[in-house]
Design a protein around this ligand. Structure first.
Ligand SMILES: C[S@@+](CC[C@H](N)C(=O)[O-])C[C@H]1O[C@@H](n2cnc3c(N)ncnc32)[C@H](O)[C@@H]1O
Length: 198
């Protein structure tokens, strides 16, 4: 059944603007934590030269992604796969970019390392990992909207919360990725791009 996350309609064109440059020349993108699947349809439609592999941890999301996909009729949007980044074998291959939107703050911290560890096994040198979401920056207070979002995340699950960009970058570096881009986005979010070291 198709599910909706209204934020995806608000943020998708801004994300596409950054993503279209990050994915230039890339052929097969793996989307981690696709959620409803609305982003997957929009990006696959907007970037027809990229084959898009949507995935998610949970079966309700898989059903929603596939329902959106069936309606779209898009040839470059593959059937959704179940993928938990914490599993050792992601069961995919031949990927040259990874996109992960709004996951690392809504998951335990260990999931961030698992994301980069898995990405390192899959991606060729120079290939990007694109992250989108809210971040903490050194010596900068969180914006009020992010402060209350962070508090609500921690209330739901004490292992969740808005991540520190430097800590994410350290984990990425330890797993073989360099941070190459940080772009401010509307509503106090950021696009952050890491490239697999060569
Ligand atoms: C807030 S939703 C974001 C969905 C979508 N990317 C969006 O922006 O609307 C977070 C998603 O992360 C997924 N997720 C959480 N932990 C995960 C893990 N370990 N591996 C893969 N996906 C995970 C959840 O199932 C959920 O769909």
């Amino acid at each position: 059944m198709k599910r909706r996350a209204p934020a995806t309609e608000r943020n998708r064109t801004f994300i596409l603007d950054v993503l279209s440059k990050v994915l230039a020349g890339r052929e097969r993108a793996l989307e981690i934590a696709s959620g409803t699947g609305e982003h997957a349809v929009f990006f696959a439609q907007s970037l027809p030269s990229v084959v898009w592999q949507p995935t998610d941890l949970d079966d309700v999301s898989i059903g929603s992604i596939d329902a959106w996909r069936a309606d779209s009729g898009l040839q470059n949007l593959l059937p959704a796969r179940r993928l938990d980044v914490c599993e050792a074998d992601w069961g995919v291959s031949n990927i040259d970019a990874i996109v992960c939107i709004n996951m690392i703050h809504i998951a335990p911290w260990a999931v961030t390392r698992a994301l980069f560890k898995g990405a390192a096994k899959l991606l060729p040198p120079g290939a990007p990992v694109y992250l989108y979401g809210p971040y903490r920056f050194p010596d900068e207070p969180l914006a009020p909207s992010n402060q209350s979002f962070d508090a609500s995340l921690r209330q739901r699950d004490s292992t969740w919360g808005i991540r520190d960009i430097d800590e994410v970058t350290t984990v990425a570096r330890e797993e073989g990725f360099e941070r190459v881009q940080v772009t401010a986005m509307p509503a106090n979010n950021h696009s952050v791009v890491f490239n697999r070291a060569g």
